[in-house]
Design a protein around this ligand. Sequence first.
Ligand code: COD
Ligand code: ZN
Length: 375
Amino acid sequence: SKSAGVITCRAAVAWGPGQPLLLEEVEVDPPSAMEIRIKVVCTSLCRSDVTQWQSQAQPDLFPRIFGHEASGIVESVGEGVTEFQAGDHVLTVFIGECQSCKHCESGKSNMCQKLGLERRGVMHSDQKTRFRVKGKPVYHYCAVSSFSEYTVVHSGCAVKISPDVRMERACLLSCGVAAGIGAAWKVADISKGSTVVIFGLGTVGLSVAQAAKSRGASRIIGVDINPEKYEKGKVFGVTEYINPEECKEPVQQVIKQITDGGADYSFECIGDTNIVSTALQSCCDGWGMTVTLGVPKTKTEISTHYAFLLTGRTLKGSLFGGWRPKSDLPSLVEKYSKGEIQLDELVTHDIPFESINEAFNLMKEGSCLRCVIHM
Ligand code: COD
Ligand code: ZN
């Protein structure tokens, strides 16, 4: 229902770290200047929603509405918005592109200085929230908060898509899949015939795999402790599989042996900072490159022997695969439409909004890739 610009709708509210979400009636403010209000159509559950929900690090940022991989329809626009109008189909993004700061103008970075990764649960514009539950403010997540029938985002944190694109699958390009593909294409720039090692065969790792395959990588070695991930790996081009728990030697030794001294590229897609050093040791000296994508679950420091860098390896970090959301995401959406990017095969569960906690349980158990939640 609508009254004086405020919408009352259902949202899945987290009241505390790790506590099951409760479907609550929330009030959603109208969009402020340069913001848009979106009717969420589909939202997929990303590993970092679960990581942040479980984390005890910011107990004061509750109640909170998580969710950031989403597709939706613009319901209304705030003052000054000319790029969108009601009815437009959009994807949300957790880092924006203002198109006017030093980084956006550089053309070589997605680290927008105005609409960067928001970690404190508020809107970029005024550091406030646009939700209330039982009269209390509700914190946002990544300035998106898509586990709500309606949400407000900065117009710089949404990307227009064609109404012909399947919204129930395109939402995967909001975060994890785009991050994996960008890491392979844009950050590493994998060349034909390369040997690639991927640590972690979740949605992100498998997206690295499909992008490496399309570049003509000759070997794609998947490392995962969960053997169930291998069957799915084949679909995305993984040619070999290593379970570190079944190796007699450290996994980096095994990789070095089977690749004559190390792979050309390695990718950290687990979200474990200890694996960064393992990944670095799994690529060859001289030109080997390690790209990290993960949001760490616990320890945030990395450590490794300096010699691994001294001997010519490169360690590269990336957020959202280096893509600039407004400039680059539309072409990925188009590639999905043309069948050049696989998304459908990454969706293991379609879940109604009412059952959102099921998606959280599946992700915790490691028994899903992407769960798409239908609002
Ligand atoms: N060794 C090998 N494999 C392991 C280990 C281990 N020690 N621990 C876990 N794994 C495997 C799991 O079995 C699983 O298959 C895989 O690693 C991780 O996959 P998922 O499904 O948990 O996670 P994804 O693929 O959805 O996401 C992974 C990241 C952890 C990389 C996550 O941080 C992410 O989505 N990052 C990229 C996007 C981004 O930039 N996000 C920022 C805001 S969301
Ligand atoms: Zn994400």
